[in-house]
Design a protein around this ligand. Structure first.
Ligand SMILES: Cc1cc2nc3c(=O)[nH]c(=O)nc-3n(C[C@H](O)[C@H](O)[C@H](O)COP(=O)(O)OP(=O)(O)OC[C@H]3O[C@@H](n4cnc5c(N)ncnc54)[C@H](O)[C@@H]3O)c2cc1C
Length: 596
């Protein structure tokens, strides 16, 4: 067994926490209810478990390679991508008008978790294509949409996102790639883009690069950046492939992880300029890119959950098999499988609770996205959009940071074998590290959460979420169970800590920005842990109710135990984070620069 998709947990979250039936009640998603989700998830699980997961280890050993300007992907990837495309998986969440399945993000997110658990290097290609589709749906002309969308959605072509340059990483205002307008309304692009995921490969016949560049004479900074489509092969009027465009891969990177995913340096315009067309209006590129980035950041958060799930499954398997030492509780007279040792249990529970908490948070956010896009009532759309936007940095920041901890625990459970590459646990740890870096580092997510998502509206959305959490605490207090009462107490303390920090940010943001931003990442962790804990609290109540009805007793009992663990071992960290943020900012910046 390499990977088993956690279909049951995904469906539980969809039904009990994310409200899949409410999503299916939206006219755009009629028929996308529980039964549809169950059928789609089962199909996705088959492809991911049987075809894509077995290639993960192969990709690490035998990564994409580069020769004479061409990238060759790991053997097996091309065939797997063909099956993925033919199965319609690339188009799952995209509009039926362009050949997609038009399913809600809620279902797509679960399928995306599966393909990323199976093989993150492989899954990056569809993820980047989704980003390109999103950008074209947002700001493309009808002609651009009809030219590119059907082929991106059916997997004939793939997409890439070209933001980063050597001097412009977190700070995109420093983008220097140049776009020269032409008399025929096209542009010619000149410059170098680095770290471009699937910027060159052999999985599809064309690559549609979405490129940030500065039109000659545009203002300095973020206000002078435009977005362009620049395909590897130009597209003829009849939709067929035309001349090779002047964008070339000059190398691919040798990386710590996700080795099978080619990370390209792309050179634009060495032979007269790469032909491109403008997306939307000049100088509004970053705005469009942010829409695309929200989708991509959410997607990277899901990658974190996916990786954590895979690391957890592997650790459980090993812990059941490896025999070492007699259990301290005397339950066996001889050495037993290490899963009997309390500390191994603690590690496995930590891995499981983090993964389930982040999954619940992410799927609830996905349902809010669906309501924000498809609800008939404008006010409901607005509220859901605000909630979703608050969630994006939490899903990205918390899920990716926790995936690193989980993957590291996964290695620890394996002992020395974990450090040996052939075991496979180390690959998850190496693969996880990129997640806290690309699509904006954790610090960049935290800046977004503090500035745009909390400070800008004076903490309004944050406080509205806290009020919802408080209502859950009220419901928990009505419960007769010890787990319910313990959860109510921990959740209440976490919510109070969260609100203290929201007050600190909204009152001190202008007066002491250094102090507020010194606590930005801890605030993201505090907010994320509180929201994920809130979802685990809701899960606990739902599981108790289903258990009382006699539904799937083993699963429900396990969910209750996991939620209780989350409360006592993860949610309880919230108050310490509050102290670091509110009381500890001075120590962060007090050291004289020359003393480092
Ligand atoms: C494998 C891989 C794949 C990638 N794929 C793509 C892709 O497909 N397309 C693309 O365009 N890019 C891609 N990237 C680039 C990636 O998005 C950037 O590496 C990332 O945004 C960080 O930028 P940087 O590397 O320049 O780091 P820097 O911006 O130099 O950051 C260095 C450190 O400083 C911190 N820092 C910087 N600014 C701030 C701030 N304002 N506040 C607090 N801390 C700050 C960062 O958090 C980080 O810890 C990829 C990178 C890698 C390694």
């Amino acid at each position: 067994m390499t990977y088993r998709a956690p279909v049951k947990d995904m469906l539980f979250v969809m039904k009990e926490l994310a409200g899949i039936e409410a999503v299916a009640a939206l006219p755009a998603y009629a028929d996308a209810g529980y039964d549809t989700a169950a059928a789609v998830l089962e199909e996705s699980a088959k492809l991911c478990e049987d075809v894509i997961a077995p290639l993960n280890w192969e990709g690490d050993k035998n990564p994409s390679s580069f020769r004479d300007g061409k990238v060759t992907t790991t053997p097996g990837f091309k065939e797997a991508f063909r099956q993925y495309a033919e199965g319609g998986w690339q188009g799952l969440q995209h509009p039926a008008d362009y050949g997609g399945q038009g399913l809600p993000k809620l279902i797509h997110a679960a399928c995306s978790e599966m393909v990323n658990s199976a093989n993150m290097s492989f899954a990056l290609c569809p993820l980047l294509t989704d980003g390109a589709v999103e950008a074209l749906l947002t700001a493309g002309t009808p002609e651009q949409q009809s030219t590119y969308l059907p082929k991106l959605i059916d997997g004939t072509w793939t997409g890439s996102m070209n933001l980063t340059e050597p001097q412009a990483g977190s700070d995109l205002s420093m983008v220097r790639t140049r776009a020269e307008p032409q008399p025929d309304a096209t542009y010619r692009i000149f410059g170098t883009k680095i770290y471009i995921t699937y910027g060159e490969h052999d999985l599809a016949e064309n690559i549609v690069h979405l490129v940030l560049a500065r039109v000659v004479g545009a203002p300095e900074g973020v206000k002078g950046i435009s977005l362009f489509i620049c395909p590897k092969f130009l597209v003829n009027a009849d939709g067929g492939l035309g001349a090779r465009n002047d964008v070339h891969c000059v190398s691919i990177e040798h990386k710590m992880g996700i080795k099978a995913s080619p990370t390209a340096v792309l050179q634009y315009g060495d032979h007269g300029g790469a032909v491109a067309t403008l997306v939307g209006q000049e100088n509004r590129g970053l705005e469009y890119m942010f829409i695309m980035m929200n989708a991509a950041r959410y997607g990277v958060g899901v990658q974190g959950i996916a990786l954590a799930e895979r690391a957890y499954q592997k650790a459980v398997q090993y812990a059941r098999d490896r025999v070492q030492s007699r259990p301290v509780d005397g339950s066996a007279t001889a050495a037993a499988a290490i899963i009997h040792h309390p500390d191994v249990r603690r590690m496995l529970m930590t891995m499981r609770a983090h993964t389930e908490g982040c999954r619940a948070m992410a799927l609830v956010a996905a349902a809010a996205f669906d309501a924000a896009h498809a609800h008939p009532d404008a006010e409901v759309r607005k509220q859901n959009q605000a909630f979703y936007e608050f969630m994006v940095p939490l899903v990205k920041g918390l899920s990716t940071e926790m995936s690193l901890d989980v993957a590291s625990l996964g290695v620890q459970v394996h002992g020395g074998m974990g450090f040996i590459e052939e075991t496979g646990a180390a690959q998850y740890l190496r693969d996880a590290k990129i997640l806290t870096i690309y699509e904006g580092t954790t610090a960049i997510q935290a800046n977004d959460l503090v500035g745009r998502k909390t400070g800008r509206d004076g903490g309004q959305v944050a406080r509205a979420i806290a009020a919802q959490i408080e209502a859950t605490e009220g419901a928990l207090r009505q419960r007769p169970s010890a787990a319910g009462r313990a959860m109510a107490q921990r959740l209440g303390a976490a919510r109070a800590a969260f609100l203290d920090v929201v007050d600190f940010i909204t009152t001190q943001g202008r007066a002491q920005p250094g102090a507020v931003y010194a606590g930005s990442v801890p605030y993201l962790m505090l907010a994320g842990t509180t929201v994920a804990g809130w979802q685990m609290a809701r899960a606990l109540m739902a599981a108790e109710d289903r258990l009382a009805e006699g539904v799937d007793a083993d699963f429900m009992r396990a969910k209750i135990v996991t939620a209780r663990f989350y409360a006592d071992h993860i949610l309880n960290k919230a108050t310490a984070l509050r102290d670091s943020i509110v009381d500890g900012s001075e120590a962060v910046t007090a050291m004289a620069l020359e003393s480092f």
